[in-house]
Ligand binder design. Structure first.
Ligand code: GLN
Length: 237
């Protein structure tokens, strides 16, 4: 239900980058009415969706599914929410029709609807993501959302906008991060275009079971060429 603008590519990217290194992957879809915990998965992906899908699954999310996501996130589990999924990981999302949908509350943020005079926020996005060692790396993606996300006092953005709109088009923030849980507006698909970020999710997930684990590097020339071709255009405006 939650899969927009190529979000499925995030699943494929994780799968392929693991398999190319001999790490086997099992993918489980969690549908309406199904539970998250028994899957015993190491990485959880929550894709984007329009207001309609978000409204249809809000009830389901407010039960055990939301509680499981909260505890997985607070235990340091690896979770990535994109756009509509990201919005529902905050405290609440108000749709364009004024329907107030409760969120999971993983992040201290909420999302307001687009005002009638405001445009949807659409286009390529380039984001500068701070790393633990004080350096930065960029991620690139495509956004298309009406909702404006406002971070609360306790929320840390995933990064700062170099080009594009991000959380709300005003404060320069993009996405949110809390331990190993990430939320972002970047579709595109996100992970195939940003292999370093994919590897970070994979390595973090495996290290939770084996803290000596390191991923062997892959030849990312094709991915990096794709990244540079779009990033160059985005930087030039
Ligand atoms: N329905 C949400 C919005 O437009 C999210 C759309 C999306 O996931 N791309 O704000």
């Amino acid at each position: 239900m939650m899969n927009l603008y190529g979000d499925r590519g995030n699943v494929i990217s994780i799968q392929k980058r693991c398999e190319w290194r001999g790490v086997s992957v099992e993918v489980t879809d969690v549908r309406l009415g199904e539970s998250i915990r028994p899957t015993e998965c190491d990485i959880f992906l929550f894709g984007g969706g329009q207001d309609r899908e978000q409204a249809l699954l809000a009830d389901d999310l407010s039960g055990s599914k939301g509680a499981d996501l909260r505890s997985i996130s607070s235990e340091g589990g690896v979770v990535l929410g994109v756009c509509g999924g990201y919005q529902l990981m905050g405290s609440h999302y108000e749709t364009a029709d004024g329907e107030k949908l409760p969120g999971v509350g993983v992040f201290d943020l909420h999302t307001e609807p687009r005002k009638p005079e405001e445009a949807r926020l659409i286009g390529n996005v380039l984001v500068r993501v701070p790393l633990e060692d004080g350096s930065h790396r960029e991620i690139l993606g495509f956004e298309n959302h009406g909702g404006r996300t406002r971070l609360g006092e306790g929320a840390e953005p995933l990064g700062r906008i170099v080009s594009g709109f991000g959380n709300n088009g005003e404060d320069g923030t993009e996405g949110a991060r809390k331990m190993n849980t990430y939320g972002t507006y970047l579709h595109g698909s996100l992970l195939p275009k940003n292999p370093w970020f994919t590897d970070r999710l994979i390595e973090t997930a495996i290290r939770r079971a084996d803290d000596t684990f390191t991923l062997e590097p892959l030849d990312d020339e094709t991915e990096n060429t794709a990244f540079e071709s779009v990033a160059g255009r985005v930087r030039r405006g």
